[in-house]
Design a protein around this ligand. Structure first.
Ligand SMILES: Cc1cc2nc3c(=O)[nH]c(=O)nc-3n(C[C@H](O)[C@H](O)[C@H](O)COP(=O)(O)O)c2cc1C
Length: 154
């Protein structure tokens, strides 16, 4: 079996922010996961990307609805990041979630929220590159972002 630790460690040298990606399933139950693979892509048209693992439990819902939200966490929202990387818990039990016009749950008090429509899905090894068109967003630029570096929140 391949030891992925060295490559994980190398990737971990790149400091990122932390996001929660959300969507909802056919019963309109919310789904979501913690993701640091967020990248801004284009201003015109407004595009961003995130890379969900191919077996992420939220992926079928994102594919079925064709919409997802990205919530950029503030420094005070570390507990939300931890909750959404945990299995077997009610992930939405932590944080103050409000429903957007498109039915996505967005996190109050985040540094930024984006509501997106899936425009492209690129197959990329054990992950997908999910490109979303930003339909609406809001931003509180004065809030301190939560950072992630070398496998730890900073
Ligand atoms: C800081 C951090 C960043 C993460 N980034 C990603 C990511 O970009 N893509 C991904 O698929 N999983 C990422 N994960 C892992 C998922 O959050 C975690 O595996 C997921 O919640 C479990 O998937 P499940 O919904 O299938 O149980 C990250 C976890 C942490 C703690």
């Amino acid at each position: 079996m391949t030891d992925h630790r060295p490559l994980r460690d190398a990737f971990g040298c790149f400091a990122t922010g932390v996001t929660i990606v959300t969507s909802f399933d056919s019963a309109r139950a919310p789904v979501g996961f913690t993701a640091n693979s967020f990248t801004s892509v284009s201003l015109d048209p407004p595009l961003l990307l995130v890379c969900p693992g191919k077996y992420a439990s939220s992926l079928p819902a994102i594919r079925a609805t064709g919409v997802f939200g990205v919530n950029v966490l503030c420094a005070s929202q570390k507990a939300v990041a931890e909750q959404f990387a945990m299995r077997g818990v009610d992930r939405f039990a932590v944080g103050d979630w409000v429903e957007s016009e498109s039915g996505l749950l967005l996190l109050e008090g985040a540094c930024a929220n984006f509501a997106c429509t899936v425009v492209e899905e690129v197959d990329a090894g054990d992950h997908l590159v999910l490109i979303g068109r930003i339909e609406s967003f809001r931003c509180a630029a004065d809030r301190e972002p939560l950072l992630y570096l070398r496998g730890a929140y900073a």
